[in-house]
Design a protein around this ligand. Structure first.
Ligand code: PLP
Length: 395
C-alpha cells in the first residue's frame, strides 16, 4: 500500500545525535570494542533520594493519573527549588511538570507560535529546538554565536536578526553543544533587546548545575521584574540528578495565560507525566544539592583530563567548556575534501570511537565529544583519537 505520510512528518529530520549512537550500539552488539562519546546524559546512577521516593510511591499505591499540570507536591518542591537556587518566586500554579524538559519546550512553542512567527536560535543549537519550532509552524532563525569568544552570544548579531515576526528568543546556558556559560552582562544585553522588541525569552536551564571553575549559571528571569515577566524558564531533573530515564522536566512562568496554554496542550497529549517519576523527582529536589555538586566536580575533573590531550592534537580548534559536559571541537584542516559527518563515520569505523558531528547542531565542521563517560573510557577514547589524527594528512 502506498503510504502517504503527512507533510509535517516528511519535514522532520531524524536526530543525527541518535543516528551515530545507534550505529555505535550496533557495532557493539556485533562484538566491536566501542568507545561511545555521543552520550547526552550523565553516566552516574540516579541519586538515592529519588530511587527511594519512587519505591515508596509504588508501595503506597501512588500509581494513578495525577493532576494534569503535575502533582501539587512536586510543583511545590519545584517552586521551592526555583526560590532557593535561582531567587525566583513562583506560585506552584505557575508551574507545569512534563515528560522531560523536551516536552515542556515543545509545549511552549505550540502555545506561543502562529504560522510564520520567528524564533531566534543562537547557533550552534540543540537540534530539537529547530524541529519543535518547525512542528509548531514557526520559522527558526539562526544567529551564530562568536566562536572566537568561546561561542558566547553577540547581542548586535541578535539585534540584526529581529524582525516584526520575531516572537521568541531561545537561550541555553550552560550550552549544549558548546559548553558556553553566558555572563550576567551578556544576559542583561540580550534581555534589554527582548524588552525593546517585546520578545518572549525561553530559557533552557537544564545544565545549570554543571558549571565549572566556580562559575554559577544565571537565570535571565532573575535579572529584574521585566525579565521575570517575559522569561519562560524550562528545567528538569534529567541532567542534575542523573534522571534522564525518569522523564521529568518543568516549565515556569508568572503569565497565567501561558501556563494555561501549556497545560492545555499537555492535557491532550499525555494527561500527565508518570506519577512514580513525579515522586522520584520530588525526592531528588528535596534531597539537597550535595550529589549534584559531586557530579559536577567529577565532570570538571574529566574536562581537565581531556582538554590538554585534545588541545595537543595539531590543527584542532578546542575550547575549554565552562559548563555542561561536551567539547565542541573544530576539525579545521582535516576537513579538506570531506565533512565532519563523514569524518565521524570514518572515526567510528576505523577506531571504534563515536562522536556527534556538528551537522546535528547547525554547525558543520565540528564534532561534539561528550565526557559523560568513565575516566577509563575517556582515556581509551583519547588514545584512539590521538592515533587516528596522527595518521591523517598532517595539517
Ligand atoms: C539543551 C537541552 N535541553 C533539553 C534537553 C532535554 O532534557 P529532558 O531529558 O529533560 O527532556 C536536553 C537533553 O539532551 C538538552 O541537551
Amino acid at each position: 500500500m502506498d503510504i502517504q505520510l503527512s507533510q509535517r512528518t516528511q519535514r522532520l529530520s531524524p536526530s543525527a545525535t541518535l543516528a551515530l549512537d545507534q550505529k555505535a550500539r550496533r557495532l557493539q552488539a556485533e562484538g566491536r570494542d566501542i568507545v561511545n562519546l555521543t552520550a547526552g546524559e550523565p553516566d552516574f546512577r540516579t541519586v538515592p533520594a529519588a530511587e527511594e521516593a519512587a519505591v515508596e510511591a509504588i508501595r503506597e499505591g501512588f500509581t494513578h493519573y495525577t493532576e494534569g499540570k503535575g502533582d501539587r507536591r512536586l510543583r511545590e518542591a519545584v517552586a521551592e527549588k526555583l526560590r532557593r537556587e535561582n531567587g525566583l518566586i513562583y506560585d506552584p500554579e505557575d508551574i507545569v511538570v512534563s515528560n522531560g524538559a523536551k516536552q515542556a519546550l515543545a509545549q511552549v512553542f505550540f502555545t506561543l507560535l502562529d504560522p510564520g512567527d520567528e524564533v531566534i536560535l543562537l547557533s550552534p543549537y540543540w537540534v530539537s529546538y529547530r524541529e519543535q519550532v518547525l512542528l509548531a509552524g514557526g520559522i527558526p532563525v539562526e544567529v551564530p554565536t562568536l566562536e572566537e569568544k568561546g561561542f558566547h552570544p553577540d547581542p548586535h548579531r541578535v539585534a540584526r536578526a529581529i524582525t516584526q515576526r520575531t516572537k521568541i528568543l531561545v537561550l541555553n546556558s550552560p550550552n549544549n553543544p558548546t559548553g558556553a556559560l553566558y555572563t550576567r552582562e551578556e544576559l542583561q544585553a540580550l534581555m534589554e533587546l527582548a524588552r525593546h522588541h517585546n520578545l518572549w525569552v525561553l530559557s533552557d536551564e537544564i545544565y545549570e548545575h554543571i558549571a565549572y571553575d566556580g562559575r554559577m549559571a544565571v537565570s535571565p528571569a532573575s535579572l529584574d521584574d521585566d525579565a521575570f515577566q517575559r522569561t519562560i524558564v524550562v528545567n528538569g531533573v534529567s541532567k542534575a540528578y542523573a534522571m534522564t530515564g525518569w522523564r521529568i522536566g518543568y516549565v515556569a512562568s508568572p503569565r497565567k495565560a501561558i501556563i494555561r496554554g501549556i497545560a492545555g496542550w499537555q492535557s491532550h497529549l499525555t494527561s500527565a507525566p508518570s506519577a512514580i517519576s513525579q515522586r522520584a523527582a520530588e525526592g531528588a529536589l528535596r534531597g539537597g544539592i550535595r550529589p549534584v555538586k559531586a557530579m559536577a566536580a567529577a565532570f570538571q575533573r574529566r574536562r581537565d583530563l581531556l582538554y590538554p590531550a585534545l588541545a595537543a592534537i595539531p590543527g584542532l580548534k578546542v575550547h575549554r567548556p565552562e559548563g555542561a559536559f561536551y567539547f565542541f571541537v573544530g576539525l579545521g584542516p582535516y576537513l579538506e575534501g570531506t565533512t565532519s559527518a563523514q569524518l565521524a563515520e570514518e572515526l567510528l569505523e576505523d577506531q571504534g570511537v563515536a562522536v556527534v558531528p556538528g551537522e546535528a547542531f547547525g554547525w558543520p565542521g565540528y564534532w561534539r565529544i561528550s565526557y559523560a563517560a568513565s575516566e577509563k573510557e575517556l582515556e581509551k577514547g583519547m588514545e584512539r583519537l590521538t592515533a587516528w589524527f596522527a595518521v591523517r594528512a598532517a595539517p
